[in-house]
Design a protein around this ligand. Structure first.
Ligand code: MRU
Length: 343
């Protein structure tokens, strides 16, 4: 992705120094900062504290962290300990587990195989997302108005993104898409990250409150919905950022096609249905406080909920397959019941 004229990936690995570098997504959109991590524990911590987030990006980062661990120690017990440590950072996005398993298996041959696998996972993520853009673009008509939820753009992957990749492809093809960006409470990945990406790419968009989608759907202003996914089960159910399910139900009510864009690394064929997906519960501070800069650019955290009250903060919900018109994948556009044939 191009930021101020320079191409960046969201996360990358220098195998000569064993350092993982990434864009610090905690500071975006107010500050663009690159951070560097020289051991697997630091890299895993960056997943846990959401310096890096989004299914593909945490998958690539977890693969890199696993490779770092192989460089750091030859002891198989410690390598297993490292794998457990990395896998205990965030439970829902399956890309993380896909990457640690692949790098760990490759590492049985040699350290350089582990590193090669980690690099390959990141490259495949970027290539797959580019293909998602090409396939998804075929669904987008001139001047279509698209609703998206959370951030499933290039920041959530190594490059291009999933839900936003078709939007970028359509934009580059001159179709002038317009994007309604759900703010995505409580962390605001839509208002902060999706809006930042679209602004950088000069795609026309507006941030809307999470509860405004029905209003625009009822007016006939939204032509299609595209979201990402953190885990897709064998039957086509989808875990994605909290609030996705209600958008899917609304879309069905208003006869608007609801698409889920994701690479095959997000499909968990070993899990039969969405009821089995572990859902991350996050700190209620994300809900009860807001964070942002004052006019001097100093970041402040302010409480916005009644003092003394506690919150509940599930990070994801599960959209049943019946609400999904199709998946936009790196292997083409597939109906929920067509996924299994690729198992
Ligand atoms: O909690 P996050 O920010 O890591 O959430 C993951 C997501 O970015 C979304 O659920 C997204 O829509 C799918 S991941 C590309």
């Amino acid at each position: 992705m191009i930021i101020e004229g320079k191409h960046y990936r969201t996360v990358w690995f220098d195998q000569d120094t064993n350092v993982v570098s990434m864009i610090n997504q905690i500071k975006l959109p107010f500050e663009f900062e690159i951070v560097h991590f020289s051991d697997y524990r630091q890299t895993a911590e960056a997943i846990r504290n959401m310096t890096v987030r989004g299914a593909g990006a945490i998958g690539a980062t977890a693969g890199y962290a696993m490779a770092q661990a192989f460089v750091e120690t030859e002891d198989w017990e410690l390598r297993q300990e490292a794998r457990d440590f990395i896998e205990n950072t965030r439970p829902t996005a399956v890309n993380l587990f896909y990457a640690t398993a692949k790098v760990f298996e490759a590492g049985r041959a040699s350290v350089s195989e582990a590193i090669g696998m980690a690099q390959m996972i990141a490259d495949e993520d970027a290539d797959g997302c580019q293909r998602i853009g090409e396939y998804g673009n075929t669904l987008i008509q001139h001047k279509q108005r698209i609703l998206t939820h959370c951030n499933a753009g290039w920041l959530a992957f190594v490059d291009y993104g999933s839900a936003l990749s078709p939007v970028y492809a359509a934009h580059n093809a001159g179709k002038q898409p317009f994007v309604y960006v759900d703010e995505t409470r409580p962390r605001g990945q839509g208002a902060r990250l999706t809006a930042y990406e679209l602004f950088q790419n000069e795609v026309e968009h507006r941030i809307i409150a999470d509860n405004a989608a029905a209003f625009y759907m009822a007016k006939g202003d939204i032509n299609m919905v595209i979201t990402g996914a953190d885990r897709i089960t064998a039957n086509g159910d989808v875990a994605n950022k909290i609030g996705t399910m209600e958008k899917a139900i609304l879309a069905k009510e208003f006869g608007i096609p609801f698409y889920v864009a994701a690479p095959f690394s997000t499909i968990d064929f070993a899990m039969e249905s969405g009821a089995l997906i572990p859902i991350e519960e996050r700190d209620d501070e994300e809900l009860l406080y807001h964070e942002g800069p004052d006019e001097q650019n100093t970041i402040h955290k302010v409480r916005m909920a009644s003092p003394g009250s506690l919150g509940l903060n599930p990070a994801f919900d599960v959209t049943p397959a019946k609400y999904i018109k199709a998946f936009i994948t790196d292997k083409g556009i597939l109906k929920p019941d067509e996924l299994k044939q690729f198992q």
